[in-house]
Design a protein around this ligand. Structure first.
Ligand code: ADP
Ligand code: MG
Length: 626
């Protein structure tokens, strides 16, 4: 019988290996940037087109390659970084597998320009789908430039598998940031579709973090420093009050390599115990240096997971170092010797004299008087944002649900309303469109959670939070997709700071946000200035709404623009809906019920949970017949 086993041709083997190394444009970005760092570059420029699908170019000023190496580097298992198996246990470079360039060249059009410092001429070489198509000497500056074009041009299935540009760009930026954060002593820049997205000059660690995550970050950071025999820890943690809703600002670096570790994350969370609200995520940027022989980087092909020799000790040291910093920060001002003075003053206070604080008292204020508008009318602005709010339980956004209705003081919830509730004046009006408007629907709130309302056949029990989510969701969705909502003008514009990644998302959402009533005065690289808000959003809620929105959309960036609008409406409805535990006046209850039944789909919340149940008279009769 003839043998059937054959060795695969190199280009096929490379394509298969590429499946492991290159999942998406961001994988190429990581490999090329790491090679540039290993080559000793001090200036690394990343240029992308169409989120890297059309072009990824990395230009460095590192040591370059000789003519022979320029060709050899595309061979599989061709590396200058290790020579023997033992070297694997003493790694000082990012790369060592020698398969990245071979893999990339198998699935893209690659152009390499490289020159060593001592050489007169460099090499210009083109390789497409593992085939060299040209190689010639060229006049070049010292360093290397790799251009990777048309990724997956020869594997249409993989190309089709790529996500939208928004999603792929987010991955590219994530990768860029991780590499840049690990090497503050290198100048990095990123250009996408012709515009500069990041420009990070050489700096110290703190400045690098601040440059990536917006100027506001500086106030949030507390330094962490610990040196022991098995690990040296440096970096920063975020003050508890700045904790975020998502895990977008959590970074571990081990020997200058970004890693993921659920176990070490747990150590940090343990240190923050008792300091965070439920579900809040602290920021951390922590750099661990360990002896290279005590870790194994080899266990993961993309090398973001590593194995430590002594994980338990590391856990304990990390937890106590973080705890120590938090403690220091709570009891004493933190001395930070690495601090850059230019980052310290967010406002231009220099040369200004301090003013004595003054307290303004409205002597005409009488809490028992009828509601009236405050005397300082907002010049030209809508009065709703400044309306007088006598009851603090009433959420500001809540009022806008029934703008125009006269508000009056309501008795406290404990005072009995039962008589009114049990009357049958308004039975069935909920399901009769014409009657809903004028009728005085009797409603009753129980446990600051449910609204009970009698109907002809029995009664409705409505979940106030879910019902309001439904009402707001439909309102926002209509605003976003169909027409612009009106906005309330702010007397003083609000500035919110965001990281580069968050700004990229905000930029994309701006048209939809404007439709809901947000008015943007300025859109800067690291902040937005807002001069108008949707009528349903109060000033104090604006930052919560935006942060929640970013967090929701970052976790799962929607594919189509419709689903993006839908996710936006859901997110805003979730942040703004009246919560369980909020007392509602009778008017508020009534309006909620009416608004709910005016919705297109009133039986479920936007998150598919029932908004109300009915209890029929028969059900009640059955219960009493025992
Ligand atoms: P590895 O990084 O694992 O060695 P790669 O396939 O990424 O494997 O690169 C192969 C070799 O090409 C490297 O070992 C290095 O010698 C050379 N090389 C790659 N990129 C550069 C660069 N930007 N500057 C200088 N040499 C480079
Ligand atoms: Mg490499």
């Amino acid at each position: 019988m003839s043998s059937i086993i054959q060795l695969l041709p190199d280009h096929v083997a490379n394509q298969i290996a590429a499946g492991e190394v290159v999942q998406r444009p961001a994988s190429v970005v990581k490999e090329l940037m790491e090679n540039a760092i290993d080559a000793g570059a001090t200036d690394i420029k990343l240029i992308c087109k169409d989120a890297g699908k059309t072009l990824i170019q990395v230009i460095d000023n590192g040591k370059g390659m000789s003519v022979t190496d320029a060709r050899l580097c595309f061979e599989r298992h061709a590396t200058s970084k290790i020579r023997k198996a033992e070297d694997l246990f003493d790694l000082h470079t990012k790369g060592f597998r020698g398969e990245a360039l071979a893999s990339i060249a198998a699935i893209a059009h690659v152009e390499l320009k490289t020159k060593q410092e001592q050489e007169e001429l460099g090499t210009h070489l083109i390789i497409e789908g593992s085939k060299f198509t040209s190689q010639e000497p060229a006049v070049l500056a010292k360093g290397t430039s790799f251009s990777v074009k048309n990724l997956f041009f020869n594997i249409p299935a993989r190309r089709n598998f790529l996500k939208s540009d928004t999603v792929e760009l987010k991955h590219v930026i994530d990768e860029f940031q991780r590499v840049a954060m690990a090497h503050p002593n290198i100048h990095f820049s990123l250009y996408h579709n012709g515009s500069e997205t990041f420009n990070l000059p050489q700096s110290n660690l703190r400045q690098r973090v601040v440059n990536i995550f917006s100027g506001k970050t500086n106030e949030k950071l507390v330094p962490v420093q610990e040196t022991t025999e098995i690990v040296e820890i440096n970096g920063f943690i975020g003050k508890p009050e700045f904790a975020k809703k998502n895990r977008g600002e959590q970074f571990f670096f081990v020997n200058d390599r970004f890693i993921k570790s659920g176990y070490l994350h747990h150590a940090i969370m343990a240190a923050y115990e008792g300091l965070l609200k439920d579900g809040a995520q602290p920021s951390y940027f922590l750099y661990l240096q360990v002896p290279p022989h005590t870790i194994d980087i080899n266990i993961h092909p993309t090398k973001t997971e590593i194995k430590f020799d002594d994980e338990h000790a590391l856990y304990a040291i990390l937890r106590s170092a973080v705890k120590h910093s938090l403690g220091q920060f709570n009891v004493a001002p933190v001395l930070d010797f690495e601090r850059d003075a230019t980052l310290d003053t967010p406002y231009d206070f220099q040369g200004k004299e301090a003013e004595f604080p003054t307290i303004q008292v409205d002597s005409t204020f009488n809490p028992f008087a009828e509601e009236k508008k405050p005397s300082f009318s907002s010049g030209g602005g809508s009065s709703s944002s400044f309306s007088f709010k006598p009851k603090k339980e009433v959420q500001p956004h809540w009022e806008s649900l029934y703008v125009g209705l006269k508000e009056s003081f309501e008795p406290e919830p404990d005072e009995p309303h039962e008589m009114q509730f049990e009357s049958d004046v308004v039975t069935s009006s909920l399901f009769n469109d014409t009657e809903v408007e004028q009728s005085k629907t009797a409603t009753y709130q129980i446990h600051k959670k449910y609204i009970v309302s009698p109907i002809k056949s029995g009664m409705l029990i409505i979940d106030q939070q879910r019902a309001h989510q439904r009402v707001l969701y439909e309102q926002f969705l209509t605003n976003i997709t169909i027409h612009q909502a009106s906005s309330q003008q702010l007397l003083f514009p609000l500035t919110f700071y965001f990281s580069g990644n968050e700004m990229a998302l905000i930029n994309e959402l701006i048209p939809s946000l404007e439709n809901t009533g947000f008015v943007f005065d300025a859109i800067n690289p690291d902040s937005v200035v807002i001069s108008g808000l949707p009528v349903t959003v109060s000033e104090s809620e604006a930052s919560i709404v935006l942060e929640q929105l970013i967090s929701d959309l970052q976790d799962e960036i929607p594919e189509s623009s419709f689903s993006q609008m839908d996710s936006m409406a859901k997110s805003m409805a979730r942040s703004l809906a009246v919560k369980t535990g909020t007392y509602l006046t009778e008017k508020e209850q009534e309006n909620l019920v009416n608004n709910l039944f005016a919705c297109k789909e009133n039986s479920v919340s936007p998150f598919n949970k029932p908004t109300f149940i009915t209890l029929s008279v028969e059900d009640l009769d059955k219960k009493f017949s025992v």
